[in-house]
Write a protein of this length. Structure first.
Length: 368
């Protein structure tokens, strides 16, 4: 295989409603798409870097720069046997996993399309349906939060994750447990706490949460290990795990009992599969996180979620929760049982809607 050219494209897409986490509010998304022409077959992917470097250090701007000026030169004109080789070819660039992950995932889509098989089968996925949860942003009031949870439960979602931050934590969760004693409930702090806050986090043990996601510093695996010793609630790491080595360190230290795998955060499918396999060997379940993606990124998340150790419901939900109109055909839909049927078409199995994509595009750059 050889990449003939790459189109970078930025889209302006407004979410249906603002999404608030402990590190800010997202509303107007800048969606960066990568279209890689591999021997005449075009693979699509989405770069999940944010508008601002608040979740991780990358942004749309840094990703664009790194894709154009550093990653593309490493691949340009190079012959390779499979998308699985791309990660190693990009190794001389340190970090910038979201930029790498986008290019890498586009190659996987292209390879699957060349072979006329679904991407999830090329990856070694084993399930035809994935279990879905939702991630609910921080709300003004408890009543508003309860209303949002009820709406998602009525839609069939199998587990509810709510964002927390200092001052919007214990009482919110207490209220949810009072109103919904039996649901699968978890919280995500996006690194809003310090180890010294452990007594407050310990109080959350009373609510038998499935897990608490990334309570402490985004690069602080050690403190999570200290915290996990104090809590019965399982810790799930998100922001802290970018590499196989960090995952191995986290497991060895006992810093978590669950890992949220995001394709972009770990640099693509090759990195994601390595962490997946490591967790599987160690009896650590994983689930697929989300980054407020358009349908393109969502499609890749669905494919990833078919791997066998994705045994917990992920944050992969319907297009309609985020977008008035998505950029793929069909849109991502969730069944009343809270599942997504995995598509059987070639590659990602969702068609990019070129007309709509063109309309939303704010800039493009051709790498050739
Ligand atoms: O921490 O999982 C997170 C969105 C943006 C950045 C970080 C996170 C999230 C979410 C939303 O929780 C998940 C989704 O796409 O539905
Ligand atoms: Mg998270």
């Amino acid at each position: 295989m050889r990449i003939r050219k790459v189109m970078l494209r930025e889209l302006a897409m407004r979410l249906i409603a603002p999404f608030e986490t402990s590190n800010g509010v997202s509303y107007d998304r800048r969606i960066l798409l990568v279209e890689a022409d591999v021997d005449g077959v075009v693979g699509w992917a989405e770069c999940v870097a944010g508008e601002a470097p608040h979740y991780g250090p990358e942004t749309v701007e840094t990703a664009w720069h790194v894709l154009r000026d550093h990653l593309w030169p490493l691949m340009k004109g190079k012959e390779f046997a499979a998308a699985a080789e791309a990660s190693a070819m990009l190794e001389s660039v340190r970090g910038h996993n979201m930029a790498k992950g986008a290019l890498e995932a586009a190659l996987w889509d292209a390879e699957a399309k060349q072979k006329s098989i679904p991407l999830w089968k090329l990856l070694g996925g084993t399930r035809e349906e994935i279990a879905c949860g939702v991630s609910i942003g921080i709300k003004e009031s408890q009543d508003e939060l309860v209303g949002a949870v009820k709406k998602e439960l009525d839609a069939g979602y199998q587990r509810i994750k709510v964002k927390i931050k200092p001052g919007k934590d214990y009482e919110q969760v207490q209220r949810l447990r009072q109103d919904f004693p039996k649901i699968k409930l978890m919280v995500d702090a996006n690194s809003a706490y310090r180890l010294e806050d452990w007594p407050l986090l310990k109080q959350l043990d009373a609510f038998y949460l499935m897990m608490i996601e990334q309570p402490l510093g985004w690069e602080d695996i050690y403190s999570h290990a200290e915290l996990q010793k104090k809590l019965t609630t399982p810790i799930c790491l998100d922001e802290s795990v970018h590499t196989f080595e960090q995952a191995r360190g986290a497991l060895a230290l006992g810093a978590c009992k669950i890992i949220n795998i995001k394709l972009g955060r770990v640099g693509g499918f090759t990195g994601a599969r390595k962490i997946h396999d490591l967790c599987q060997e160690n009896g650590i379940p994983v689930w697929c996180g989300g980054m407020l993606e358009s349908g393109i990124g969502r499609a890749h998340n669905i494919a990833l979620s078919t791997l066998p150790n994705f045994t917990l419901p992920g944050d992969v939900s319907a297009s309609r929760r985020y977008w008035v109109e998505d950029i793929v055909e069909p849109e991502v839909v969730v069944s009343p049982q809270g599942t997504i049927r995995v598509p059987n078409g070639p590659g990602i199995g969702f068609e990019p809607r070129i007309d709509r994509i063109e309309k939303l595009t704010t800039r493009t750059e051709l790498l050739a």
